[in-house]
Design a binder for this molecule. Structure first.
Ligand code: SF4
Length: 327
């Protein structure tokens, strides 16, 4: 099957002025050469700690800003080389849902305006047809149609996120990029919104990129999972493979950090040594070597390539190459 979206060697390096110089710059390597495919109808989870490059990846996929290098192709066409018409169509097909439904929805707007705005921007329909569409969308996301005349500030966090999802669906997209869509919600509401995402995927044949720092959330919704660390993907596998047979020491630590009922279980802080390094001055060799419990000498100098362990399971770690092969 041909991928819907292919990402190849994508980099986003931001120049940052050196503290002690007016003219010299460091590079903040927010995304540092990631590659992956997104297949139609799947949910790809993108996980990692805060600052690992997940949200920059989201911005690059939405073509909010051009990358330093690399490409993102949608149905074979590079989105950074599209003419305005093709780019508008791409933006119609690839929509986003954001973390904070309080700041992403204008509290002074009524639901009708919030949800129909994408239709107005894309000059779709007339006033009556847009209102009908908004009523349909509200019903689809589990909100009463009479809320159409309510203001965003009148809703709870979970309801607001449902409005955000309705807005993202207004243009009948094929892909939704959801960036931490439940992390601002109460735990009791998170499961309801995740179930809504799952239900909508089946009903509308959607494809998701689901970005989260929370492996528990990603585990419940993803068909495949990509793990990011300091701007790179270090492991990618089916959800079952990743959670049952994690290979990269960072993935193993993240999985151990998933909260469990047993307070004796070790947390990520106990598993991982030290702080996540700065992306301005990432460690040489394997970027994870400063925290890795399985470090070897070469990890300090040689950056591991991504290798295939089995069909669909890739990892970037010296434990699985050459003499250290430990599959
Ligand atoms: Fe650890 Fe070395 Fe593998 Fe990096 S390459 S994760 S430092 S074992």
């Amino acid at each position: 099957m041909e991928p819907l979206i292919t990402v190849r060697n994508l980099k986003m390096h931001y120049p940052i002025k050196k503290v002690d110089s007016f003219t010299k710059y460091d590079l903040l390597k927010a995304v540092d050469g990631i590659s992956f495919d997104l297949f139609e109808g799947e949910t790809l989870g993108l996980v990692g700690e805060s600052g690992c490059g997940k949200s920059t990846t989201r911005k690059l996929l939405l073509n909010v800003e051009p990358p330093t290098s690399g490409e993102v192709c949608y149905r074979g066409d590079n989105i950074y080389e599209m003419d305005p018409t093709a780019l508008k169509e791409y933006r119609r097909n690839v929509q986003a849902v954001y973390q904070d439904p309080y700041s992403s929805l204008n509290p002074k707007w009524k639901v009708l305006k919030l949800v129909s705005e994408p239709l107005i921007i894309h000059k779709i329909g007339n006033r009556k047809s847009r209102e009908e569409k908004v009523r349909e969308l509200l019903s689809l996301v589990g909100l009463r149609e009479q809320y159409i005349d309510s203001f965003a500030h009148e809703f709870s966090g979970g309801q607001r996120q449902r409005i955000s999802i309705a807005r993202a669906l207004a243009l009948d997209p094929q892909v939704i990029i959801a960036d931490e869509p439940v992390s601002a919600l109460d735990v009791s509401i998170q499961a309801q919104v995740i179930n809504l995402f799952k239900d909508l995927k089946d009903r509308l044949n959607l494809t998701y990129i689901f970005i989260s720092h929370d492996l528990n959330v990603v585990k419940h919704i993803s068909d495949r999972v990509a793990v990011m660390y300091l701007g790179k993907i270090v492991e990618i596998a089916s959800g079952d493979n990743l959670f049952d047979y994690p290979k990269h020491p960072y993935t193993k630590a993240l999985i151990k950090s998933i909260p469990v009922a047993d307070p004796e279980e070790k947390t990520a802080a106990a598993v991982l040594r030290g702080e996540i390094p700065s992306p301005i001055d990432p460690p040489p060799g394997c970027a994870f070597h400063t925290r890795c419990p399985e470090i070897m000498d070469k990890c300090r100098v040689i950056s591991p390539d991504m290798i295939n362990l089995s069909v669909g399971h890739q990892v970037a770690c010296h434990l699985y190459t050459g003499d250290n092969k430990n599959v």
